[in-house]
Design a protein around this ligand. Structure first.
Ligand code: IP8
Length: 258
């Protein structure tokens, strides 16, 4: 089984509030279907989550009652986004159901707690893909917080032990510097803990849950459990399907010392 995260930068236009990229999502869902692989999809929040979350400091937890309408609005927006992603999966012939972390789980001081695995396992057992996503989740210590799609990936990887965890973004992988600013930036095909120390950490977008380098660190952590974590460019048509079919593509693989 392959665990796939469709990043917010591929499924939305991150600069415009609530702008869904239907064409990209439809193509990626068809690539998943055509690969014939068993997959579980998680998605990011993109401009359906990050813009309001940043404006109201939702990632730092409860600080004032002025944040509450934003908590409800972000949950509403990311649920709408998830419905649109699920609609494209269904259209591609993949039975899928949205499982909103904020409605099904809690967090404990920023860590996602999946107390009861049964709903997810039962869906999978009858052949339905559970789709988790970046959401605002109630937190035992902070009142509420942001659960990123990456945190959902980590929890699902522990639970489902996939063959690979694939992070679909709008860049080819991790670079030695920000490729959007530095023409000499080079792609790093394989990342180890040691290589990570030499990477510029400025490769980030306007994102409350960290940029590329932060995500790569999380990927390295996840790969300690013995599974490769791959960062690929989903804006290149056919890339995701090729990777799922076991073909070589331009990407970065995180492989921690095991
Ligand atoms: O897009 C963030 O999830 P991500 C979730 O996976 C919200 O980082 C609500 C901003």
């Amino acid at each position: 089984m392959m665990l796939i995260k469709l990043g917010g930068s591929v499924i939305t236009d991150k600069s415009q509030y609530r702008r869904f990229d239907k064409e990209a999502v439809s193509r990626l869902c068809r690539e998943i279907a055509r690969s014939g692989r068993q997959t579980v999809v998680v998605h990011g929040a993109g401009s359906f989550g990050h813009i309001l979350a940043k404006r109201h400091s939702i990632q730092n937890g409860y600080s004032s009652k002025e944040q509450i309408p934003a908590v409800a609005m972000i949950q509403h927006d990311v649920r709408e986004l998830s419905s649109m992603v699920v609609a494209e999966l269904l259209e591609a012939g993949i039975p899928a159901v949205s499982v909103p972390p904020g409605s099904c789980f809690v967090m404990d001081d920023g860590k996602l707690v999946i107390g009861d695995e049964e709903p997810i396992r039962s869906l999978l057992k009858i052949g339905i893909m559970p789709v988790l996503f970046g959401d605002v989740v109630m937190d035992r210590k902070k009142g509420f917080g942001i659960c990123s799609g990456d945190q959902a990936m980590e929890a699902l990887a522990k639970m489902l032990k996939p063959e690979k965890a694939v992070f679909v973004s709008d860049i080819d992988g991790l670079f030695t510097a920000d490729p959007k600013k530095d023409p000499d930036a080079k792609l790093i095909p394989e990342v180890t803990e040691e290589a990570m120390e030499r990477v510029s950490i400025e490769q980030s977008v306007d994102d409350v849950t960290g940029g590329v380098a932060g995500k790569m660190k999380e990927m390295l952590d996840m790969s300690k459990n013995g599974m490769d974590c791959v960062l690929i460019n989903g804006s290149v048509p056919g890339n995701l399907q090729s990777l799922l079919e076991g073909k070589e593509i331009r990407c970065t693989v995180a492989r921690a010392q095991r």
